[in-house]
Each structure stands twice: as C-alpha cells, then as structure tokens.
Design a protein around this ligand. Structure first.
Ligand code: GDP
Ligand code: MN
Length: 388
C-alpha cells in the first residue's frame, strides 16, 4: 500500500525528519487559507497523487500571492495529471499540498528499499537528485551509491559515513545528516515499509536538510500490525480490478500486455507468464484463482479478466488437482456462455480426469481452443492476440 506525499510528510515529521511547513487542501479557498496562515512570501502548490514526475507534468507550481495560490490550485484541483508513471489515462487530482518554498542549494536522491536478494535494507542514494532515478540508473549508474544495511544490526556510523562521502555532505551538516538517516531507517523498520523514497532530499541555502518530496510504501502482509497506517489508504488510488480481486479472494495483478491469464497456483501463474513472454507475448495480468476454485470462482475470474479492455485473447492454464478437470471444464463452459465471451480463448488442462475434461470442451460447440501442451497453448494464444 502507498500513501500520499502529504501523509508521508506528516509521518516524516513525527519521526523528527525536517519537512517544509504546509497542509493539504481540497478546495482553492482552503489553499488560500493555508497560504495566509503560513504567512510566507511564496508557497509551492503540489498535486497529490500516487505518482512521481508531477513537476514535469504541471502538477507542481511555485507561487507568491494569494491570487496566484488560488489560480494554481484551481488549475491543479480537478485536473487529470498524466505523468510517465500514470499511463495515458492519468490521475484525477482532488487534493493539493500547499507548503512554504525552500531555498534549494542542492537536490539529492535517497531511498530505502527491501533488497530481496541479500535480505537487507538497501539505501540507494545519489548526488544528482530531482531527476528520475530510473533515468540516472540507465545513463550514469556510477552516480548511484548503494549501502546494504543488515536488519539485525540496523544502520551504523559506517553506513552513514559512506553515504555522506558519496553525497558530499558538508562537515557542519553531518550531525543533522546522521540523525536524518537514523530517523528514516527507524521509521522504515517500525512501519514494515517496503520503500521510502525522498527525491529530492534538499540541502537548503541556510544549510539544513529537508525532505522536499516523500513516497512511502508498506508491506501489505504486515498492514494488520499498523492500524494507523491502514487509515491512510486511498482506495481511489488503487487499481479497481486489484481491489475487486482481493475481495473475491484471488491474487490479481494488472500488467501492461494484451493476453489475459487465468491460472491456478502462483507458481504455475508465474510459469505461464514466462512462457507467454518467451513466445513474444505480453500478459495483461497475473491471476491465481486458487487451488480449490469452483465454477463460480472461475466465472468471476473471467469477468475480472474481460473487464480489462486491453485483453485481446485469454489463456486458461489449469492443473486439476483438488478440482478435477471435468469440473473445471464445466465451469469454464458455464462462464463462457454466461459472459458471451467473444475474444479467442485457449485452454490447457492437465491433471485428474483430463481426458473427460477435454471431451467436454470439444463437445461444447463453443469457440474454445484446447491445447495439448503448455508450450502449444502459449504459442497459440500469442498468435491469436497478435492477430486481433
Ligand atoms: P515530482 O515531480 O512528482 O517528483 O515532485 P517533487 O516534489 O519532487 O517536485 C518536483 C521539483 O519541483 C523538485 O525537484 C524541485 O526542483 C521543485 N520544487 C518543489 N518544491 C520546491 C520548493 O519549495 N522550492 C523550489 N525552488 N523548488 C521546488
Ligand atoms: Mn520528486
């Protein structure tokens, strides 16, 4: 689960991390009131949406009068912000953060992530903040430093010193940088975060360290331990299909391709996506209907897949273990009839009663293409999706 910048900054503040003074507003009047209360020369009005790249997309405006605050928030509130990360459909903006501007001397990139490979927390940092880290990683990977922090010992002086060296933190700022690193790490660990990204972390002209942006993600599997974080959830920011799948008890992740996948078991689902990719196709989703899926579940999984307009063909790849293949075949037929499926459908069944299952599909008179092997099924569905 992710949260908004204004929520991340409240969290930072409560952990002793400097952030600019400011507040969230949902109307232009509120925005003007915040400006008046802040009683500063200029403020920055920032679109609140779970995406980066807002600056370049017109979602961040520096202004220095009440009327300019009104105009900026009027422009941003209600706009559809399209950034590199949102896709073409963009995000409807319903909240802005109004905060005092900072006098920037330098912009730094700093993030904490869970590194699954080494089972450490990794701090990724670069002297060149402000730009997107993906771009930096591509063009100048040597400018990115990584410090691996063991969760058993936590962040230590040697980590912080190494980071400071890379980031060229001036000596007089070391005390502040040290406590910033410790506070951020402590926040990360105590909230079971999966990522905290500050881009830019700023050194101000008057020599302080301030988090000018903030992105925080939490491990969903640990959310039950953090009721105060759960309250920060913004359902509008979540993929509606993913939310529905969670309600129905499937594992579902939306992807960018055009081949819908219905599979039972997470391992087989991953294998299916690999197989589709190896034949040059792109999966539209990851979907594990679960080992004990019944006809009803198969039907609702189908609905979910077909509600995605980019799906041009569907691959059903199911192993009949607990559920027998003939029962799955019956379920599929019911779902296809009920939903009036018009796009090509390739089915590969394996397991108990597979022959009976295949017969049932053949005799159904429906346009279902039964494939005899996993590889054939993947090749077939990629071809069909390309033709569509
Ligand atoms: P993002 O584009 O979604 O990552 O939004 P950011 O919060 O990172 O803001 C984008 C850019 O706007 C920053 O990299 C800064 O260069 C600029 N910016 C944001 N706040 C301020 C500010 O208070 N003062 C100045 N001078 N620039 C700011
Ligand atoms: Mn940023």
């Amino acid at each position: 689960m992710n949260i908004h910048e204004y929520q991340a900054k409240q969290l930072f503040k409560s952990y002793g991390i400097n952030v600019p003074n400011g507040q969230m507003a949902t109307t232009k009047q509120e925005a003007v009131n915040i400006y008046t209360q802040l009683n500063v020369e200029s403020v920055v009005v920032k679109a609140q949406a779970h995406t980066g790249g807002r600056g370049k997309a017109g979602g961040v405006k520096l202004v220095s009068s009440a009327s300019a605050v009104e105009e900026a928030s009027d422009q941003i509130l209600g706009m559809t912000l399209v950034t590199k990360q949102t896709g073409a459909e963009g995000k409807l903006i319903e909240k802005v953060l109004v905060e005092e501007t900072s006098q920037i001397e330098r912009e730094i990139y700093l993030s904490l992530l869970v590194d699954r490979e080494t089972a450490n927390v990794v701090c990724v940092a670069s002297k060149e903040g402000g730009t997107e880290i993906e771009e930096l990683a591509e063009h100048s990977p040597e400018k990115i430093a990584k410090e691996y922090i063991s969760i058993h010992t936590g962040i230590r002086s040697f980590h912080i010193n190494a980071l400071a060296k890379q980031l060229e933190i001036p000596k007089p700022l070391m005390k502040e940088f040290r406590s910033f690193c410790q506070n951020l790490y402590y926040l990360f660990i105590t909230h079971d975060c999966s990522m905290v990204e500050i881009n830019p972390l700023v050194i101000t002209k008057d020599q302080h360290i301030i988090a000018l942006d903030g992105k925080v993600g939490f491990d969903d599997n640990a959310l039950y331990r953090h009721s105060e974080i759960q309250k920060l959830r913004d359902e509008k920011e979540e993929d509606p299909r993913e939310a529905q799948a969670a309600q129905e008890g499937f594992s579902y992740v939306s992807l960018d391709g055009n081949i819908g996948c219905m599979v039972n078991g997470a391992g087989l689902a991953m294998g299916t996506m690999d197989m589709i990719k190896s034949f040059g196709g792109e999966p539209a989703n990851f979907l594990d209907v679960g080992g004990s899926a019944d006809a009803q579940k198969v039907a609702s999984a189908f609905k979910l897949i077909l509600s995605d307009e980019s799906v041009k063909a569907v691959l059903v790849n199911i192993f009949g273990g607990i559920m027998k293949c003939d029962v799955i075949a019956e379920g599929l037929i019911t779902a296809v009839k009920e939903l009036n499926v018009s796009i090509p459908l390739v089915v590969r069944l394996e397991g108990t009663n597979v022959e009976i299952g295949k017969k049932i599909l053949e005799n159904s008179g429906l346009k279902i293409q039964a494939a005899s092997t996993f590889a054939k099924a993947a090749r077939q569905v990629v071809q069909l999706a390309n033709q569509a």
